[in-house]
Design a protein around this ligand. Sequence first.
Ligand SMILES: C[S@@+](CC[C@H](N)C(=O)[O-])C[C@H]1O[C@@H](n2cnc3c(N)ncnc32)[C@H](O)[C@@H]1O
Length: 162
Amino acid sequence: MELGSGTGHVTKDLLNLAGAKTAHGLEPSPVMVARAKKSFGDDARLTFEIGDAKSTGFEDASFDLVRMHTLLCHVPGPEDIVREAFRILKTGGVLAICDGDYNTATAQIADFDPLHQLVRLMINQNVTNLWIMRQIPGILLETGFELGACTGHGYVAAKEAT
Ligand SMILES: C[S@@+](CC[C@H](N)C(=O)[O-])C[C@H]1O[C@@H](n2cnc3c(N)ncnc32)[C@H](O)[C@@H]1O
């Protein structure tokens, strides 16, 4: 399950990269869901539907893995979504969260670099919570999750930017 699946590309990765047999995307924007269905609708292993990650309507313990890829930074009340993920995950299931530590995002290479102002403008207009990845360990533990692997990746990379 991917919550906040957008155009569905990351949902598809659950098949190709994570080896899932089936994957489902939930996304509130009808435009995004239509785009995902148009792109991936011919693959029977992939399904998409309109919905809110805070109240998915799925039964308890429905999924082996829940993925959130750049979702939590955009929503007020991220703990509501984490709680819902806990509810719909099977016992022993995995919640995988990828998001930005936006407060440290910069392309600045000198004092007063104007590019830095552009990056901050983009972030301030698009990101609701700049500190989500620092808050998330506490939210996970309060919800009842055990913490697994936690890895950081720098914003600056040259050549292969994996
Ligand atoms: C930056 S996009 C990421 C899309 C996709 N996960 C990806 O990485 O390609 C964030 C997505 O979260 C969705 N979103 C916002 N609030 C949501 C909510 N309450 N429940 C589910 N999705 C939500 C937005 O509509 C948007 O498609």
